[in-house]
Design a protein around this ligand. Structure first.
Ligand SMILES: [Zn+2]
Length: 400
């Protein structure tokens, strides 16, 4: 029996070769002007099948009639599965003139592989595949089965990707889910939670008059200042919970944008439109924040004006995955063994496949070891990071 970790190290050339073949096969969503993931899925499917592992392809048709393929492969016969969820779709190259390298060719410079989508999330599509190959080839005894889901449509909301796979019932309640779609260059952070995001648009209507006769109108600006100051103070004194997973640890409520009111100094403005940016800890619901601000608007001291509170944008936070959950602990131990570091448990902005699992009451963590180059010109990934991620994924399944 060959050592699984040594096998992964021996795959370095294959990892580079796969990157070189994959990057030119574009996988951009039809909504962004691309032709979808089918060609890339064909390539990845036959690569996995060449290891003697069966791949199940879940295809869905999107609004344009394009196939949106998702690949699922499982190795091992343990009833519980460690799942690696990586997405194969990418964004476009953006402004081509900002690229020093061909975006849709792999350019290898030392340890780095440049190319669109190689970091987000190509690195972990490839790491996930080579972890599978190593487990199969080594024949090592597994504590958990290893599942790899290579999904479509992550960049534009996962409607034809992980959301569909979750609905298919592929993932069981006690499976262990890791989403390697974000991380740090050292691989020293495990993300388990995200804050909710709420943008409120506050319109205060008064009555516009000449500045010399304020009694004839209602100064919307004065009302807005008083209202915003009150809302600011109520929000900060009501939503006081602090959660040390997050940085900052409290919810934040900030007055930000302010629309232009009047052109003249001698006009009392009749309309004042301002915005609040709220980042709310998952222990609170966004509806509670909205109703708190709306209630203030109804108070008698503001009755001379008419104040409307509208939701400009909202993204509710899914319930966090506990820091001491089995998946977080298992991953922490494997990262410790492979990278010799003790990763911090954190909460951040969110926006990955993990949120859909959390919304369904399943624990999921986001982790990988990668530089922050996603969606940027000259996106790159490190071969050593791909191998490190593959080792961590494989290590999580090994029996000890
Ligand atoms: Zn991504």
């Amino acid at each position: 029996m060959t050592d699984t970790m040594a096998l992964i190290d021996s795959y370095a050339d294959q990892v580079v070769d796969t990157s070189k073949k994959m990057i030119p096969i574009k996988a951009i969503s039809p909504e962004s002007g691309g032709s979808g993931e089918s060609a890339r899925a064909d390539f990845l499917q036959s690569l996995i099948e060449s290891f003697g592992v069966a791949v199940k392809r879940y295809s869905y048709k999107d609004g344009s009639g394009t196939e949106r393929p998702n690949l699922v492969a499982v190795y091992g016969d343990s009833p519980r599965t460690v799942w690696v969820i990586a997405h194969m779709d990418t964004v476009s190259e953006g402004d081509r003139s900002l690229w020093e390298y061909e975006p849709f060719e792999a350019t290898v410079v030392g340890e780095r592989i440049y190319g669109r989508g190689i970091n987000d999330d190509g690195q972990d599509v490839i790491a996930g595949i080579y972890a599978l190959k190593a487990l199969k080839e080594s024949g090592a005894k597994l504590a958990y089965s290893y599942g790899l889901a290579i999904v479509a449509d992550e960049e534009l909301g996962s409607k034809y990707g992980i959301q569909k796979l979750i609905d298919e019932g592929i993932f069981k309640k006690d499976d262990l889910i890791i989403v390697p779609d974000g991380g740090t260059a050292l691989g020293d952070e495990i993300e388990v939670a995200e804050k909710g995001i709420l943008w409120l648009k506050i319109s205060v209507k008064g009555q516009q008059v000449h500045a010399s006769t304020p009694d004839k109108g209602v100064n919307a600006y004065r009302m807005a200042i008083k209202f915003l100051a009150e809302a600011d103070s109520v929000l900060h004194s009501k939503f006081t919970s602090s959660n040390k997973l997050f940085e900052p640890s409290a919810s934040t409520f900030e007055m930000t944008k302010h629309e232009k009111n009047t052109d003249s100094v001698n006009i009392i403005p009749g309309l004042e439109v301002s915005y609040l940016d709220c980042r709310v800890l998952p222990e609170y619901g966004l509806d509670e924040v909205i109703s708190t601000v709306s209630e203030i608007a109804k108070r008698p001291e503001f009755s001379a004006a008419s104040i409307s509170v509208e939701t400009f944008n909202r993204e509710d936070a899914a319930p966090p995955t506990p820091a001491d959950s089995e998946i977080a602990e298992l991953l922490k131990r494997s990262v410790g063994r492979v990278l010799d570091c003790s990763p911090k448990i954190v909460g951040v902005g969110g926006g990955t496949c993990a949120a859909y699992f959390r919304q369904k009451g399943m624990n999921a963590v986001v982790w990988s070891k990668k530089p922050d180059t996603e969606h940027r010109p000259n996106e790159y990934a490190l071969v050593s990071d791909m191998l490190a991620d593959a080792k961590v994924f494989a290590d999580m399944c090994l029996q000890r």
